[in-house]
Design a protein around this ligand. Structure first.
Ligand code: ZN
Length: 263
């Protein structure tokens, strides 16, 4: 099943896709005990929001060897965790505001995981069984600020630095999915999730040994090689096999909202 979150009659709703053009509204998010209603609504790209409202966004750094290497970093011996604030979340079609504080903002296409059930000290098997679904995401990063600050908080935390979407897919295995990032149509990143240093179940189990993962929490699983700059006007697309394409446009922070913004 595919789930989206969309604005209908001025209100955000979770909804189950019927096809590309129609969705069935749900009472609440499926992981919050929601149920399907009988209300079918049209799906328009401009109505789509990020398909999740997490209590936290947990990210994993340097989880693909070639990417760790391209930035001159060692491959970590255990998962390298950091957080993005939920305020960074944005939806498909929304603009990514480029902050004035950074001269080098980069894309990081990543497989995103949404949690269905509370996880504390889980095994990898328990953790995988508690996944609700998967989506495309972009761990947008101010690379110059990341190098300058010891913490990743500022570099990863600007508003709009966490696009997710266009939908959550519940019936896909995360083990070996092709992930491609294009900027203005040109391929920048082309990797496979089988090349993760720590696979999804291991990551979730590790995270759950540090902090309880709650239903609806979002985990970004690291980016393959090929990260590069986003300039104002650039259109960035993250495509993952079976998960569609997440498209956003980078804009200067002075004009963070456009008529086509979905946020
Ligand atoms: Zn990342």
């Amino acid at each position: 099943m595919r789930f989206v979150r969309l604005t209908h009659a001025g209100t955000p709703h979770f909804a189950q896709l019927i096809d590309d053009a129609r969705a069935l509204l749900w009472t609440r998010a499926p992981w919050e005990g929601g149920d399907a209603t009988e209300h079918v609504v049209p799906v328009t790209p401009s109505a789509l929001l990020a398909p999740v409202t997490p209590s936290k966004i947990v990210c994993v750094g340097r989880n693909y060897r070639a990417h760790a290497k391209e930035l001159g970093n060692e491959v970590p011996t255990e998962p390298l965790l950091f957080l993005k604030p939920p305020s960074a979340l944005t939806g498909p079609g929304a603009n990514i505001p480029l902050p004035a504080a950074s001269a080098r903002v980069e894309h990081e296409g990543e497989l995103a995981v949404v949690i269905a059930r509370t996880l504390t000290d889980a095994t990898p098997e328990e953790a995988l069984a508690a996944v609700f679904g998967y989506a495309c995401s972009n761990d947008v990063t101010a690379r110059d600020l990341q190098r300058k600050d010891v913490q990743f908080t500022r570099a990863k935390g600007f508003d709009g630095f966490c696009p997710v979407g266009p939908y959550l897919e519940t019936e896909v295995s995360p083990d070996d999915l092709r992930l491609v990032v294009r900027v203005n149509g040109e391929v920048r990143q082309d990797g496979r999730t089988r090349d993760m240093v720590f696979p999804v179940g291991t990551l979730l189990a590790y995270i759950s040994s540090v902090m309880t993962l709650l239903p609806g929490d979002l985990v970004l699983t690291g980016t393959p090689a090929g990260v590069g700059p986003l300039l104002a006007g650039d259109r960035v697309e993250v495509s993952i096999e079976g998960l569609g394409t997440l498209e956003n446009v980078a804009v200067s922070r002075a004009t963070p909202h456009s008529a086509t913004s979905a946020s």
